[in-house]
Ligand binder design. Structure first.
Ligand code: HEC
Length: 204
């Protein structure tokens, strides 16, 4: 009987040691590289957004969408049409069909809502400027020519600085106004190639 208990205790002790050795020391820090049986795609040959890259001439990974790209949405709950944003950047492109009807609508909505401050041609000299409300932006500055369509949409929706929000204007009408502002900008800054030949010849 004694012999049996001794053997039992020896086996029991060995088992306790084995369990502690295998399971007991988890969660400790180690400097050693872990043994990797399945890499689980931990390392992938890909670019992460907003990181530098020597591959592209301007040194960054993020690509600018070609001009005129019409983004329709990023996530279903945050459509570009409602926010002007693609992911966390202002997007460019008018997400409704741009035709004469839309531009006419944009012109009408612009004249009703914006012209008092921004002026007939968008030069920032509307009638209110004669009554002391100065500082309405002129669209004929490079920074507004270059501003993304989505950011202009956002300015209409939420206002900016001294300008109040115009979210009571319907979403599609806000985009129509953005399209009309682009038309105003083109009207003041058209490349010669877009002008009728007689105008170019007359040097006007
Ligand atoms: C009551 C006057 C007023 C009206 C009406 C008005 N704006 Fe403005 N707007 C301003 C002023 C003032 C600024 C300059 C805001 C600032 O930078 O503080 C401005 C700035 C802007 C800018 C430039 C924003 C920027 O990011 O710098 C845009 C684009 C613009 N307005 C579009 C519109 C459109 C489109 C409408 C009509 C839906 C409109 N505004 C109606 C006064 C007005």
């Amino acid at each position: 009987m004694r012999g049996f208990i001794r053997i039992f205790l020896a086996i029991f002790g060995a088992l306790v040691l084995a369990v502690v050795a295998i399971a007991g020391f988890r969660g400790d820090y180690t400097q050693r590289t872990p043994i990797e049986i399945f890499p689980d795609m931990d390392r992938q040959p890909k670019y992460k957004s907003q990181t530098p890259s020597s591959f592209f001439t301007e040194g960054r990974v993020d690509r600018i969408p070609p001009y005129g790209t019409v983004p329709f949405h990023v996530a279903t709950d945050q459509p570009y049409r409602l926010t002007g944003k693609m992911a966390n950047m202002w997007g460019t492109g008018i997400p409704v069909t741009v035709d004469q009807k839309l531009l006419a609508r944009g012109q009408e909505r612009y004249q009703i809502n914006c012209q008092v401050c921004h002026g007939t041609t968008g030069a920032g000299n509307g009638i209110t400027s004669q009554y002391g409300l100065v500082g309405a932006a002129s669209y004929h500055q490079d920074k507004y020519r270059e501003m993304a369509d989505g950011e202009i949409f956002n300015t209409i929706t939420h206002g900016k600085g001294q300008m109040g929000p115009y979210h009571h204007i319907e979403v599609n009408d806000r985009w129509a106004i953005v399209a009309y502002i682009r038309a105003l900008q083109l009207a003041q800054n058209a490349p010669a190639s877009l002008l009728p030949a007689e105008v170019v010849k007359a040097g006007k």
